[in-house]
Design a protein around this ligand. Structure first.
Ligand code: MLT
Length: 287
């Protein structure tokens, strides 16, 4: 080949890692027995679980998954194409993406723990793929749908995010996601959450808001589930408060209910020791 026909710079395939178009369950540690899959909150990614993972007792394998467009995940459009499904915005797409990722990793069943939006996705998974669920952790989340005002608010936020092309308008969520005690005494945690939010894209955050706005009530799905359920809530959680969380636990036939004192909505970030302990308790009921 004459040298003039050669590309000026080598960009051979080995230099560029192909990006998966489906969701991926990332193995955080190997182990034996029923695996644990941790599903993150909005508008974050699976890094929010890292301290909890460090504090878990040895034994079971642990996986995390980034939801569509967030963290390292492909965009909802790529995922829709991958699954040959409409790109939403719906949490059903997220749940189907998690189910496909589990199959890709060769996993047949797992315990799923979802915090807030992660809990909404875990409930959609329970409804759509019940055979995958060996146990369920519903942390700082709810089975109910949004009221009309909440839905309208989400759609307005989604619109504003995309109009601005930036996540700046939701950076302030760092303070509402945590409890008042954390805001008052642990600024480094608030700053960490702010940084994680700043690293998401406006499109992905807007898509997630629209998907959450469209989610149906899944109380009956939980009522019909007889496997082990752990409901956990931060005492100062203003987004998924204690009283409805207690009710959610009462609705699950085989559940435990724990309140973590002095923290808000992001229990896994604000109280990783307590959360790791409660995760281990749920895993003990399953193993
Ligand atoms: C979350 O933490 O995932 C969000 O607060 C969920 C929501 O907005 O309902």
């Amino acid at each position: 080949m004459p040298s003039a026909e050669k590309p000026a710079e080598s960009t051979s395939a080995v230099d560029i890692a192909p990006q998966p178009s489906g969701l991926v369950v990332h193995e955080q540690r190997a182990g034996t027995g029923t695996p644990l899959v941790l599903i993150h909150a909005f508008p974050l990614d699976s890094r929010m679980w890292s301290r909890v993972i460090d504090l878990l007792p040895p034994g079971f394998p642990v996986y995390t998954v980034d939801l569509p467009g967030l963290g390292t995940a492909p965009s909802p459009d790529q995922l829709g194409e991958h699954l040959d499904a409409p790109a939403g915005p719906t949490l059903e797409l997220s749940a189907d993406g998690v189910a496909a990722a589990l199959a890709d990793a060769g996993l047949k069943r797992a315990v799923f723990i979802g915090l807030s939006m992660g809990g909404y996705v875990a409930l959609a998974l329970l409804e759509r793929h019940p055979e995958l669920i060996a146990g369920l952790g519903l942390f700082d989340t709810k089975t109910t749908a949004d009221l009309q005002q909440g839905r309208t608010n989400r759609l307005r936020i989604a619109h504003d995010l995309q109009a601005a092309g930036s996540v700046d308008s939701v950076l302030g969520m760092a303070e509402t996601l945590v409890g008042e005690s954390t805001v008052a005494t642990r600024p480094a945690i608030v700053q960490q959450i702010r940084t994680w939010i700043s690293e998401q894209t406006a499109d992905a955050v807007a898509w997630s808001q629209r998907a959450m706005a469209a989610r149906p009530d899944r109380t009956d799905v939980l009522i019909g589930y007889e496997g082990p359920v752990s409901v956990v809530v931060g005492e100062q959680d203003t987004l998924s408060p204690v009283a409805p969380s207690r009710l959610m636990a009462q609705n699950a036939p085989n559940s435990t209910f724990d309140i973590i004192g002095d923290v808000g909505h992001l229990t896994a970030v604000e109280a990783p020791e307590e959360v790791a302990h409660l995760v281990a308790k749920l895993m003990d009921r399953v193993q």
